[in-house]
Design a protein around this ligand. Structure first.
Ligand SMILES: Cc1cc2nc3c(=O)[nH]c(=O)nc-3n(C[C@H](O)[C@H](O)[C@H](O)COP(=O)(O)OP(=O)(O)OC[C@H]3O[C@@H](n4cnc5c(N)ncnc54)[C@H](O)[C@@H]3O)c2cc1C
Length: 378
């Protein structure tokens, strides 16, 4: 029987699950120094970073349960180095800094965040490019070396190996960080803002109004709130994922574009880009095609069962880069949105940037890369 939903929640302890619904409907502080709106991986990390920076009382509100958005359905890969081939330098720098912060959280939080260190192996990269332009830290593997690491491939393949990347259960990480936050209210939606001059003076919510010193919107896509005009183009891109039944096949970490081995020998596969599919429903043909690709590369996987299958939506801006900025025209409101395919990886790094900006007035060096106004300038 295939479960129609992400595996992550089922892997949590009862205590971790309870944290995701912390203080349902209860706003403990109507006048926080910092109000964070949105309880995905971004919002929870931002609230933690602001708390740690000593900015004052921090309150996080989330309309559903923590991790109800893209975070709860993500793959959870923390892989900056493969993005050297696809992403601009400031982006990869943020990803590397963020992976370092995930490692710090793994060490410093009680019980860690559940991060696993893994190697990344890219199979059969396209003919041109990789061999000639190998960035630092990338090892080129010939077909013999690849087949030693992955016996049973349908055909010989070259590969690239990058060591010391990571993976986590996004809900476990979220829950572990949220457990240390001073004030969280789930089941509370922000609905509007009141602005006076260049300041947000009130945020209306489903549990009454809140008067924050500073507000940070971490709502996945830019927030849609009465009284707030944020003209940033944004949409969302659906993706499907699945987890197989346990198998004897052993993968050496994250094998792209094949799968990642998780607990019990199960394989986590997919991460499709289903552009234009706005339906929240799982498309069985997409799941079937993920399974067919697995079997085509590793014949031993043909006929293996699917234990979990799900889909979710990535928040996305047209240039595939996030916004990390002050809300244009406002002095006490910040926004981060559109983290697309790397929001889990980039959450602690983004949170550190915002906490430093709010606490010390220091914007990031590459401000324009993340600016909220870059779309209007084009
Ligand atoms: C199939 C798939 C695979 C992925 N794999 C990876 C991966 O391997 N690695 C990686 O780094 N990233 C991955 N991602 C991307 C990652 O999931 C996202 O970039 C990240 O989760 C975005 O986090 P967020 O906190 O910004 O948004 P969300 O997780 O969407 O959180 C926003 C939260 O704000 C809440 N909210 C919205 N409006 C309001 C309001 N008005 N009041 C109160 N609350 C509100 C929502 O309910 C939601 O919980 C993947 C995504 C998908 C879909």
């Amino acid at each position: 029987m295939t479960v129609q939903g992400a595996i992550w929640r089922d892997q949590l302890t009862a205590g971790e699950r309870a944290t995701l619904g912390r203080d349902d409907g209860k706003v403990a502080d109507q006048r926080p120094d910092v109000l964070v709106v949105g309880g995905g991986i971004m919002g929870v990390n931002i609230a933690a970073a602001c708390h740690q920076a000593g900015i004052g009382n921090v309150l996080l509100i989330e309309t559903g349960r923590l991790g109800a958005g893209a975070t709860g359905g993500a793959t959870g890969l923390l892989i900056p180095e493969p993005h050297q081939w696809s992403d601009p330098e400031p982006f990869v720098d943020l990803e590397r800094a963020s992976l370092a912060r995930w490692r710090d959280l793994e060490q410093s939080l009680p019980g860690g965040v559940g991060m696993v260190q893994l190697d990344w192996l890219g199979l059969a990269p396209h003919d041109s490019g990789f061999a000639a332009h190998q960035p630092a830290g990338v090892e080129w593997l010939n077909p013999g070396q690849v087949s030693e690491l992955i016996p049973g491939l349908a055909r010989p393949m070259e590969g690239t190996l990058i060591r010391r990347q990571g993976r986590l259960n996004p809900l476990r990480a979220l829950s572990r960080i949220a457990a240390g936050l001073p004030a969280v209210a789930t089941g509370v939606a922000a609905t509007g803002v009141t602005i006076s001059g260049d300041r947000v003076i009130e945020v209306s919510t489903s549990a009454g109004s809140i008067s924050p010193g500073t507000v940070v919107f971490a709502t996945g896509q830019p927030p849609l709130l009465d009284g707030l005009q944020i003209g940033i183009p944004a949409d969302r891109v659906k993706g499907h994922l699945l987890v197989t039944e346990p198998t004897d096949v052993r993968l050496p970490g994250i094998v792209a574009p094949l799968a990642t081995q998780i607990e019990d020998g199960r394989l986590l596969a997919g991460g499709t880009l289903d552009v234009g599919d706005e339906s929240p429903a799982i498309q069985q043909d997409v799941i079937d095609s993920i399974m067919a690709s697995l079997g085509a590369v590793l014949p031993e996987l043909r006929g293996i069962g699917v234990a979990y299958q799900w889909c979710c939506f990535r928040p996305h801006h047209p240039d595939r880069r996030p916004v990390i900025d002050r809300v244009p025209g406002l002095s006490n409101a910040w926004l981060t949105s559109g983290h697309f395919r790397t929001g889990i990886l980039n959450a602690p790094g983004t949170a550190a940037v915002l906490a430093r900006w709010i606490a010390a007035g220091e914007p990031p060096a590459e401000l324009h890369t993340w600016s909220a106004t870059r779309f209007a300038e084009r």
